[in-house]
Design a protein around this ligand. Sequence first.
Ligand code: MRU
Length: 344
Amino acid sequence: MSHELRAVSWTGTALSLIDQTALPRTLRRLDVRDVDTLIDAIVRLAVRGAPAIGAAGAYGVALAVDQARRENWTERALADAVARLRAARPTAVNLAVCVDRAAARIPEGPDAVLAEAGTIVREDLAANRAMAAAGADWLVERVDAGRPLRILTHCNTGALATAGIGTALGVIRELHGRGLLETVYVDETRPLLQGSRLTAWELAQEGIPHQVQVDAAAASTVVGGLVDAAIVGADRITRNGDTANKTGTLGIALACAHAGMPFVVAAPTSTLDLATATGASIRIEQRGEDEVLNPAAGAVPDGIRSRVHNPAFDVTPGALVTALVTERGVLEVASGELPGDHWT
Ligand code: MRU
């Protein structure tokens, strides 16, 4: 079962990652023993998904501490390595938060840093389970279809993106487990195909019925009533509910608003950035041209070198989010500030 896959695990001496660039053809692991190899893995999306890069970042601090000892780094060199790791990708708040949590334990020694990383993983696992149950309960109650549900999702929010069964994909797994899921429309998720390479792979492992569609089909799948709800993950959610997630998410939210269909975000509270007022302040990662122009992806005929706009994420206004599922339950915030006392 794919949810038993561990995208991020600690071997005792190294950080072991599923190399997500090789999926779905090859399931192989990367053993990472130094900070720069981990930064490279995060930048290349060998490990990806907000909670997974958070966990990897926390273990990365443990790697940095060990490397500092082996290579006689100064305190300054260690702090620089931790800062570079923290900044490897800018949009998902989980990376910075988890690196900071692990780094705060450095004065207590290497075991404390490793223990913190382990706690982060266990918290995410538990949050996944809680979100799956709460999200499935909410959908079943809210969408009175009188038959199993048809759900649209975008990008990959499953075991590969988290420490457990996933966020949005965890809710989908739960619906399937309860016999309440008819099918999943999986957006392929251009340009790196996290949907068709990773989500479809995870669903296929468990025999969960699904169909992959091109991203451009999503709006008409929603407006045409082929699905009952859309559920996605998040990389950062600001105080007013604005939600950064994989590019293409905003279009789905707009289509859902038009169709009067629930647009649900599932994310652990570790993805909330309550210090930031609105999504306008979220830094959206711009990625390289080759991801879009690479002829292997079949998008652009060989030899044509256009300029490329390749934002990895977009921001969905909080007003378009019907419900936010976290491990603390479901919050129906169509607009307005997320209540500060809900999270403590
Ligand atoms: O660029 P990626 O693949 O890291 O983007 C991932 C997403 O956008 C996910 O939807 C998000 O991180 C939530 S994962 C539970």
